[in-house]
Ligand binder design. Sequence first.
Ligand SMILES: Cc1cc2nc3c(=O)[nH]c(=O)nc-3n(C[C@H](O)[C@H](O)[C@H](O)COP(=O)(O)OP(=O)(O)OC[C@H]3O[C@@H](n4cnc5c(N)ncnc54)[C@H](O)[C@@H]3O)c2cc1C
Length: 517
Amino acid sequence: MSESEQVIEPRESVFDHVIEVILIKYRWVFVLLFLLPLSIIYDLYYKVRNFIVFHLKSAPHIHDARVKIIQEQVKNWNESAKDQKMCTSRPGWQTISFRQGKYKKQLYNINLTTLIDILHIDIDRKIIRVEPMVTMGQISASLKPLGWTLPVLPELDDLTVGGLIMGVGIETSSHKYGLFQHCCESFEVLLSTGELVKCSRDNNSDLFYAIPWSYGTLGFLVAAEIRMIPAKKYVKLTYTPVSNLDALNSEFAKQANAKGENDFVEAIVYSIDKAVVMTGTFSEQYEPGKLNPQGFFWKPWFYKHVEHILNKQQPVVEYIPLRHYYHRHSKSIFWELNDIVPFGNNPIFRYLFGWAMPPKISLLKRTQSQAIKKLYEKYHFIQDMLVPLTSLKESLLLFDKELRIYPIWLCPFFLPQLPGMVHPPIESGSDGAMYVDIGAYGSVTLPSYHAKNTSMLVEKFVRAEHGFQMLYADCYMNKQEFREMFDLSLYEKMRSKLNCERAFPEIWDKINIGART
Ligand SMILES: Cc1cc2nc3c(=O)[nH]c(=O)nc-3n(C[C@H](O)[C@H](O)[C@H](O)COP(=O)(O)OP(=O)(O)OC[C@H]3O[C@@H](n4cnc5c(N)ncnc54)[C@H](O)[C@@H]3O)c2cc1C
């Protein structure tokens, strides 16, 4: 770039600088005084509203009318704005992903925010029908009293059905049931023409298999049917500490493959040679003295509680109430909250303010200053990489060498050989393979770390291992590399069949690093 072409950054005033320093160093003050009260009001409003709507059973009657209004918006696009592509109007700050799409402002926004209700629970068919903005917290609260649950119920309360189907969803039961998408029975999708279609494994199956991971680039999801399974009151959780990488690798693989024995499997890795492997089974009762109501506000953050078990010589057994188990990582947003409210796990803080935690991720994002965004971009790594279980050891060694951020979350999942963007290599000839989600979230202090170069190196490794990257996080791959990672054959066939080229951007155009701030 020549000197004359150089962009001259506006100089920061001393005042701006002081404000930035205060916002970064004392963000917790703002979180405590402003975001927590706001989060409480927000949550309370929706809890009361959802309770009333659910118990009055009013949503099913208005669902069709809501969809008609959305259909009208798509028809208007067809008549007037075909040179602009469409996307949902949900603002980027409201999603769980730490990034926000730049495209929202340029594209034609379709408002789906009215679709927030559970429509029907059919115990005979073991099916729950929901609108796409229904959250995991809403589902677990409604199903638990009835003695049912979802086979895969991703843990953060605010994750939505739409995001988990159009993106990806995983939980510690995924070694048995696969990803969230594999527990879905049907999708109701509004196409770019405004036509409403239903698809399932047997009906319109190409669309059914093409929808997951498509990020809203084939149509708008307006309802989904998800399978339910019977639930019990508690999860009997066995924590097994391991003290070297080989022991972790073999214990984790053994437990992930013991589908008949374990309802839940996860591990938290605290350093390259220290981890705790957790296995859970549903239980109707608990043994005296072993109950841990982990979700109560005064309880330590879950990953901190688990860390204490590293020093034990023997496995530890506890019984955790089911909803407390499902949302065990919500209170500390895995370990992300440690950077924002560093004393959040202090017992005094927990007793005084724990009941108000955590602040809403959406509000945290909404109130992020530019300086914090830049710091996150430069030093904060947040990625879930999905690799075959056989690559676990090698992956952890690479993560340790290039990132060295701990804890790391490990969650196994079975990936069936089905059509769509994500499946094991077809040449393997198997009906599926066990994979593991490696979740690395935190600030990197290694001097060799460079956000772009290191991420590209990790992405390259994951591609070579026939793995996949969750697309909510920073994606540095170019289009070609993206095509190497994901099987786009069915997706592209459906894009052309359903006239999506003019109607929706491609996935890569929505999720690549340049498309987000
Ligand atoms: C801190 C953090 C923790 C996480 N924890 C977990 C976890 O525990 N388990 C897990 O499985 N995942 C987790 N994730 C990843 C998460 O599953 C994905 O980011 C998921 O896609 C986000 O869901 P969302 O509800 O925020 O959806 P969004 O980000 O709103 O949606 C994802 C995409 O789908 C599109 N979309 C959504 N709804 C519709 C619709 N109705 N019609 C058309 N398009 C639609 C959106 O336009 C967007 O492109 C985590 C992510 C973060 C950042």
